[in-house]
Design a protein around this ligand. Structure first.
Ligand SMILES: Cc1ncc(COP(=O)(O)O)c(C=O)c1O
Length: 396
């Protein structure tokens, strides 16, 4: 049978994807065809409440009118031009993003993803300090590219490259004494996630984060906040470092930044920005007009619709109502929450999916992750609580 005939007889996209893509993802057993608000509709007629938001991307949910209007209008006007020219919409995106970013971060470099943002942040730290060693935090995740993966905890089993581009060591999370012993004048930067997302929504303590700030400042090292997952309102402020009143030197953003249109950003202080000139950093797609329009719409919607308050309200309701059934404890912040379970998280995720609720797992085998759209409603939380309650007790 010819290749084209093969494709004609098989209609299930799961089989067709499996036939022609590299099988690196464990896929879930449903096929979305459209989505609206917090709901995904599948090809076999199911309506699934999405509390996972496409790995923390769908900040505004699906089909948000402001986002659709902004992206559609931008498509009609100018779908792409690179950084070789200035654009009104890119200027707007940069102005808005720096305005909602932590104090002092008034310069931005646009990229396309979280890993690319961290890759550039690490390069910038090495170039600005002239140092080549970086410290990261145990259990942290920063992406799959060479430097981002080098600072990711436990990445050796998939790292792949023969060498790492940086010297890296890991500070045990929340261990202030270790931070004191490890941060010296040979360190270019310390990179951290204020709330460790892939690790299951583990929120680093305020005291630990302040010690990182004080020790990096005292040693001429830079502090890089990776807010790829925790940022853009997910933790109840525009950025999670704001909750701790920490001012990093560099901050990275992606995921929710464009609400689903791929984009990322590196923010830094003016004094770091002046270390770079023409040709030192670059990307073709970063800061493209479609991404810029999506960034403007996302930030505007979060501000105009009081979504930060909605996130804080949602967190309170989830903490009050959802320590039921298999859930023994909740960690994290805002809508980046880890529900600690009395059994393997995969079992709880699958049981919730059979109740038409989508959650995520994490690198902790007993934690399911909630990364819901910031437009989540109380009725959705009640639905989750009821479904958790209905999961049968664990059998020993
Ligand atoms: C904290 C953090 N940093 C970086 C990344 C990598 O982002 P991307 O997948 O867009 O490269 C992720 C992805 O999960 C993340 O959670």
């Amino acid at each position: 049978m010819s290749k084209s005939n093969d494709q004609a007889v098989i209609s299930d996209p799961r089989i067709r994807e499996a036939n022609v893509t590299i099988p690196v993802y464990g896929q879930l057993p449903f096929v979305p065809v459209r989505a609206s608000g917090c709901d995904i509709f599948t090809d076999d007629g199911r309506r699934i409440l999405d509390l996972y938001g496409g790995h923390a991307v769908a900040a505004l949910g699906y089909g948000h009118p402001k986002q659709l209007k902004a992206v559609t209008e931008q498509c009609n006007k100018l779908i792409f031009q690179s950084n070789v020219v200035a654009l009104e919409i890119r200027a707007q995106a940069a102005e808005k993003l720096t305005r909602v970013s932590p104090k002092g971060l008034d310069r931005v470099f646009f990229v396309n993803s979280g890993a690319e943002a961290n890759e550039n942040a690490l390069r910038m730290a090495c170039m600005a300090t002239g140092r080549k060693k970086v410290l990261a935090i145990t259990h942290g995740f920063h992406g799959r590219t060479a430097a981002a993966a080098a600072v990711t905890w436990n990445a050796d089993r998939w790292y792949g490259f023969p060498n790492k581009p940086l010297e890296v060591d890991f500070i045990p999370r929340d261990d202030i004494a270790a931070a004191e012993a490890m941060i010296g004048d040979d360190i270019a930067a310390v990179i951290f996630e204020p709330v460790q997302g892939v690790a299951g929504g583990y929120d680093l303590s305020t005291d630990f984060l302040h010690s990182l700030r004080d020790l990096t400042s005292a040693n001429g090292a830079l502090l890089i906040a990776d807010e790829v997952q925790s940022g853009i309102g997910r933790c109840g402020q525009f950025f999670a470092v704001d909750v701790h009143q920490i001012e990093p030197d560099i901050l990275t953003s992606a995921k929710s930044l464009g609400g689903g249109i791929p984009c990322g950003a590196v923010l830094c202080t003016h004094s770091i920005a002046v270390c770079f000139g023409t040709g030192d950093l670059g990307t073709t797609f970063g800061g493209g007009p479609l991404a810029a329009a999506a960034i403007v719409a996302t930030i505007d919607a979060i501000s105009d619709e009081n979504l930060l308050s909605n996130v804080r309200r949602s967190e309170i309701a989830i903490r009050e109502k959802c320590v039921v059934g298999p859930v023994t404890r909740i960690q994290g912040m805002g809508l980046l929450l880890g529900l600690v379970c009395d059994r393997p998280a995969v079992e709880v995720r699958d049981a919730l999916l059979s109740h038409d609720i989508l959650t995520g797992t994490s690198s902790d085998p007993n934690i399911i992750r909630i990364l819901a759209p910031l437009v989540l409603e109380l009725q959705h939380i009640d639905h989750l609580a009821e479904a958790l309650q209905n999961i049968a007790p664990a059998t020993d």
